[in-house]
Write a protein that binds this ligand. Structure first.
Ligand code: SF4
Length: 473
């Protein structure tokens, strides 16, 4: 692994570059990305991936998808179900338990990370949280020092509830803050006043939650540099340990709820970049270190330390510490990540339940990775984490010289090189400060699946006016 290399963020961006490279691009939480999973990868393929992985000493993580929410946010693009029926939730938890007990029998290594995502995991009652964690510990050997993370909605978190989360072992909580401006909050259908978030942060710390992450979003309706400055002010008061700063992707042709968002209130692509850079500048001025594409962390945060030692990794849960971690996914739509395969569960509840009732694995899609997929995943991962990759580091080892093997990608990088986004040397591919903001198109040059489909997907996805709010930045 090459030595870490810090690429600073640029102060400004040339607008013509945003026009040229700002088209929607994958976020590369996996490679190949989920649209390239195939239906041919079924429950048997999942079991085969399991068997292959059992021989590995790689650390293991569990991801549980808890898809329920009390109300719908207009910007949401998650796989979730809005319900007030406790019975619906109880049924789901019964099937999740069934799946955990099934899979637990095949796993012979300790679990080092547990992540609950959603939906809104904190929509479960405290009793349901206790019961589910007990079920996990009953069927898996959760290591005493395992990291337990939960995604949380500040609107659901009383002090006794936070005590219960800490009591079952959660130490890290990611709060969906998004933006503090009241008009922005109203338009996106998620009103959570700054005082509420401040109370939750104070209670979480008092309860013993030792790491708090804020999710922020830029590119939301009515967001301006002024509203962003106000959000940064609140961040300075609350001092989360880390932040994830996501760009809102407006894809109303895919997510019907996003039609509630007035397109004319959305910032244009140039403004989106200005908003991102304003947030990045503000956070760096507060002492946060940029991590990869969209994360910021305090200098003493494990992610920052991992960045400095080249040990950072990117997967479906964002930036993590274990480059070789395999993750088993549970629940509807959950994705398992093996050393050489991805496997996704059924998205529909009925399908998921029926398969479990029949004693089947509820996997319906996925992909077995070829050695070349793994090489390209390695390169894309390094670029998304460290903004550079050393040609000699590529793993598995190349059968021929890097430049020969990846001549297709180097060809695609050429215009970006000419535009000052990337440097290609004899030894490295390295993003420049401007390229740091456009790291997705740089990484996409190595995506062997994207290019044949790109034009076709462009033609079928929304109008030109709509697509401009789903940009790569
Ligand atoms: S954004 Fe989060 S809380 Fe809102 S509907 Fe989507 S999953 Fe639920």
């Amino acid at each position: 692994m090459s030595a870490p290399f810090a690429v600073p963020l640029p102060a400004t961006m040339d607008p013509s570059l945003i026009d040229r490279y700002g088209t929607p691009m994958p976020r590369y939480t996996s490679y190949p990305t989920a649209p390239h999973f195939t239906d041919a990868f079924d429950g048997q393929a999942y079991l085969n991936a399991h068997r292959r992985s059992m021989h590995r000493a790689a650390p293991l993580g569990l991801y549980l998808h808890l898809p329920f929410c009390r109300s719908l946010c207009a910007y949401c693009a998650c796989h979730r179900k809005i319900t007030t029926s406790r019975e619906t939730i109880t049924t789901y938890l019964r099937y999740l338990t069934k799946e955990l007990s099934h899979v637990g029998r095949w796993v012979g290594r300790p679990v080092e990370r547990v992540h609950w995502g959603g939906g809104t995991p904190t929509y479960l009652s405290a009793a349901e949280v206790r019961q589910l964690m007990e079920t996990i510990r009953q069927h898996f050997d959760v290591h005493p020092s395992a990291q337990l993370n939960i995604e949380a909605d500040p609107r659901e978190l009383s002090r006794p509830y936070l005590d219960a989360l800490v009591d079952v072992g959660f130490q890290r909580m990611s709060l969906g803050v998004q933006a503090f401006d009241p008009k922005v909050q109203q338009t996106i259908g998620r009103v959570q006043p700054a005082e509420l978030v401040a109370r939750v942060v104070a209670d979480a710390r008092a309860a013993g939650m030792n790491r708090l992450n804020f999710d922020l979003i830029y590119g939301l309706p009515h967001q301006t540099e002024d509203t962003v400055a106000a959000t940064l002010k609140e961040v300075a008061l609350l001092q989360p340990d880390s932040l994830s700063v996501f760009g809102y992707a407006h894809v109303p042709w895919m997510m019907k709820n996003q039609r509630l968002i007035p397109a004319d209130a959305l910032p244009d692509p140039q403004e989106r970049v200005r908003l991102f850079l304003a947030i990045a500048r503000g956070l760096q001025a507060q002492g946060y270190v940029p991590i990869g594409m969209d994360h910021f962390a305090r200098p003493d945060h494990p992610l920052t330390r991992a960045l400095n030692t080249g040990a950072i990794h990117r997967n479906f849960q964002g930036y993590t510490l274990h480059p070789s971690m395999e993750v088993l996914g549970f629940g509807v739509s959950a994705i398992s990540q093996f050393h050489d395969a991805y496997a996704q569960h059924a998205k529909g509840f009925r399908d998921y339940y029926t398969r479990l009732d029949a004693g089947e694995v509820p996997t319906v899609r996925g992909r077995r990775l070829t050695p070349d997929d793994r090489r390209r995943r390695f390169i894309i991962n390094r670029l998304m984490c460290e903004m550079q990759v050393a040609k000699d580091d590529v793993s598995p080892a190349l059968p021929q010289a890097f430049d020969t093997h990846f001549s297709d990608a180097l060809q695609r990088l050429r215009p970006m090189e000419a535009d000052g986004l990337v440097e290609v040397t004899d030894t490295h591919i390295r993003a420049t400060p401007t390229g740091r903001v456009l790291i997705r198109p740089i990484a996409a040059a190595f995506d062997a699946y994207l290019h044949p489909l790109k034009e076709e997907r462009r033609r079928s996805a929304g109008s030109v006016a709509e697509r401009r709010h789903a940009a790569a930045v």
